[in-house]
Design a protein around this ligand. Structure first.
Ligand code: SF4
Length: 700
């Protein structure tokens, strides 16, 4: 309890030169760990997991154990900078905050006069998950301006929309309950690298006999641990789930009482899935028919049976329908009622704060302002009419992370585009900026964190002073608001006041009892999870039940019943291309172990652990192309190309290649995986379709 005792002292955490202080991991990771920062002579010298945090349990990933390298990185931006070279060249000169803010405000005022406020576009995502950092003063500022709105569909949008069509409410099984499962199906997620605290939960259950089944297009670190790894063709997961449903109905493994009480559409679904025989599904997915039967029977006969729906399978043309379909499985078996059963996609809705109080949409002079998808930034910058003339990027690095980065770069090169980037580094995006503003790291900020997996809300208070002249997002947007002449009270609020407003969410019973004072005292406070007993009685679908048949989907022009819809760009087992096809391989670009999107891809230790960008290719595909392990190869399609090292590996079905991790151009290689990925939107939620991509590969 050393940290908490110190907290109750008179001095702020910043003022205390030595000691161990609590913090929160800010990364876009479901685990949202409680951290301990070890300070000596005013500097953080070590980052460890908080042993008192019930989910963290003292363990953190290697990425964040090396966080001090990022915080004290020699290339951190310390002062505001103004571009002096060509766009993309990365040449800047130091200026003062006053000069920077004055220039931004005067350019914005001029652009608003000439083109209207929608000529300004904010571009942000969750490079820092702090609620004040990305959903607070920034939103107020751009609302007050009346900027074009940004649809933030790059990550979970399709899957969350699919889950909601089925369940209404977005939350699912919480980790403490999942611990009771006898069967864990991890579907489309490499949780060893992206949700590591789920692993001890599974391993503890396995010691008493529980089984781990991993379904994925790529045998990654999680697949390597499985009792049973099931590989399939990319984008065919919904077909596999429908084949399982066929077997569940056929073998009378469904829970009729649950179906009658809690669902609508079960009779239509029963009829519908007859066509998805194991043989048909095998021909689509590449999973043998006997394995489909075995998997369905294992699922139907094991209780509690828990499904962990990963992020990967939603990044397809059919991503929303895929998640919707998998979400129906626990309804067929009644597992939503069993502690430890059900499914997890995102538990973010349990901790939903009062976003209206935070973002203050009422400040907006033009509520009907246009909105654009962050997945289509290239087209937005190149084609939108009337055009965007000012781009403000923060907590994001779209030159590396957005789809079709070739177009994004072309857009960023526009001479008539005024670009501001607020970041800790000269990222590949910042190289195109007219003004770069230095951003604080999370350990220099006050912020509020919820998790989209576990149920603890956490408070971060600054542990070290701002490095250089860096400023938090809250302070930056307050300064800009002042320079713009905005006198609204919204821009006077302090961080504690914003946190208090965020936690006053009358419509969220799970937040009852979570207050700023309690957080200040205890650092992390659990949501009111007792409310989950009412879970199935509070579904917010139009029928109030689990919608196996969704009239809303039909209204949206999508199949009302769970359905396998082939990809626009890609192949399933029935549509295998011959080798004469222009692009006969499917290209999947999931995260690697040491980076988080493009974060950490400039930290030397983590870069060296990853060794460099690679492309995993099946031995059959490699042999056809004369490719050997460690050969330099070019991967290309109509959108672009890049050069990587080949790894010949039997880790996916033939016809699929895998490139893990997003490397900066300034990193070890010039890999730009997203030069190849499409900016098409998924079937639901405006989601991204990174993995519905075809390519070819040749040895250099
Ligand atoms: S990235 Fe995830 S696992 Fe690693 S410290 Fe942060 S929250 Fe924990």
């Amino acid at each position: 309890m050393i940290d908490l005792i110190r907290l109750k002292g008179e001095m702020s955490l910043i003022e205390q030169e030595n000691g161990i202080f609590p913090a929160v991991c800010p990364l876009d990771c479901p685990d949202t760990c409680g951290l301990l920062l070890h300070k000596e002579h005013g500097k953080i010298v070590k980052v460890t997991g908080n042993p008192e945090h019930p989910i963290t349990g003292g363990a953190i990933c290697n990425k964040v154990r090396n966080m001090t390298e990022r915080v004290y990185h020699s290339e951190r931006v310390l002062y505001p900078l103004k571009r002096v070279g060509a766009k993309g060249e990365g040449k800047f000169k130091r200026i003062s905050w006053e000069e920077a803010v004055t220039e931004i405000a005067s350019r914005y005022k001029q652009l608003i006069t000439e083109h209207g406020p929608e000529t300004i576009l904010p571009y942000s995502f969750y490079g820092n998950m702090g609620i004040l950092s990305v959903d607070g003063m920034d939103r107020r500022f751009f609302n007050r301006i009346g900027s074009t709105k940004l649809q933030q569909g790059i990550c979970n949008a399709a899957g969350n929309a699919g889950f909601k069509y089925t369940m209404g409410f977005g939350g699912g099984t919480i980790p403490e309950d999942a611990a009771e499962a006898e069967l864990f199906i991890v579907w489309g997620g490499n949780i060893v690298s992206t949700n590591m605290h789920m692993i001890p939960i599974i391993e503890k259950a396995r010691k008493r006999g529980a089984k781990l089944v991993v379904i994925d297009v790529h045998r990654n670190r999680t697949g390597d641990r499985a009792d049973w790894f099931i590989p399939l063709y990319p984008g065919t997961d919904a077909a596999l789930a429908l084949g399982m449903m066929h077997v569940l109905f056929d073998r009378e493994l469904v829970n009729e009482a649950f179906l009658a009480r809690y669902t609508v559409g079960h009779e239509e679904l029963r009829e519908h899935v007859w066509e998805y025989t194991p043989e048909l599904v095998a021909s689509i997915t590449g999973v043998p028919a006997e394995d489909i039967v075995k998997l369905a029977m294992m699922y139907g006969e094991t209780s509690p049976a828990y499904i962990h729906i990963g992020n990967g399978l939603q990044h397809h043309d059919n991503g929303g329908m895929t998640v919707r379909t998998i979400t129906c499985l626990p309804a067929l078996t009644g597992q939503w009622l069993v502690k430890g059963g059900g499914a997890f996609k995102s538990n973010g809705p349990y901790g939903k704060v009062n976003s209206e109080a935070l973002e203050q949409p009422g400040l907006r002079p033009n509520p009907e302002a246009r909105s654009v998808s962050m997945n289509q930034l290239g087209d937005v910058l190149l084609q939108l009419d009337p055009p965007i003339h000012a781009l403000f990027v923060y907590c994001a690095n779209p030159a590396v992370v957005a789809p079709e980065t070739g177009k994004v770069e072309q857009g960023l090169l526009r001479e008539d585009l005024f670009t501001v980037v607020h970041d800790l580094f000269i990222t590949d995006t910042a190289k195109y900026a007219d003004i770069v503003l230095p951003a604080t790291s999370t350990f220099e900020n006050t912020d509020l964190y919820t998790s989209y997996w576990h149920t603890y809300v956490q408070l971060q208070e600054p542990v070290i002073p701002a490095v250089g002249e860096s400023k938090s997002n809250v302070d930056t947007f307050k300064l800009l608001a002042k320079a713009m002449g905005f006198e609204d009270e919204a821009f006077q609020e302090t961080e504690p006041e914003m946190i208090q407003a965020a936690l006053q969410a009358e419509d969220n019973p799970y937040l009852k009892g979570v207050t700023y004072e309690a957080l200040k005292d205890r650092r992390f406070v659990q949501l009111n999870v007792e409310e989950r007993v009412h879970y199935l009685d509070r579904l917010t679908t139009p029928s109030g039940k689990i919608e196996l048949f969704s009239a809303k989907l039909a209204e949206a022009g999508l199949p009302p019943l769970p359905t396998y819809v082939p990809l626009h760009e890609g192949y399933d087992g029935q549509r295998r291309p011959d080798q004469e096809a222009a692009y006969p391989l499917m290209f999947i670009s999931p995260p690697n172990h040491s980076f988080l999107n493009s974060t950490f891809a400039n930290v030397p230790k983590l870069m060296s652990l990853e060794k460099g960008p690679t492309l995993q290719i099946h031995p059959e595909d490699a042999q056809l192309r004369g490719i050997n392990d460690d050969d330099e190869v070019t991967v290309w399609n109509d959108r672009g190309s890049y050069v990587v090292k080949a790894v010949v590996a039997d880790k996916m079905l033939p016809g699929t290649v895998v490139s893990q991790g997003l490397w900066w151009e300034g990193g070890r290689g010039r890999q730009r995986a997203n030069a190849l990925t499409p900016s098409r939107l998924a079937d639901m939620g405006g989601g991204a379709t990174f993995f519905s991509t075809v390519v070819d590969v040749k040895r250099n």
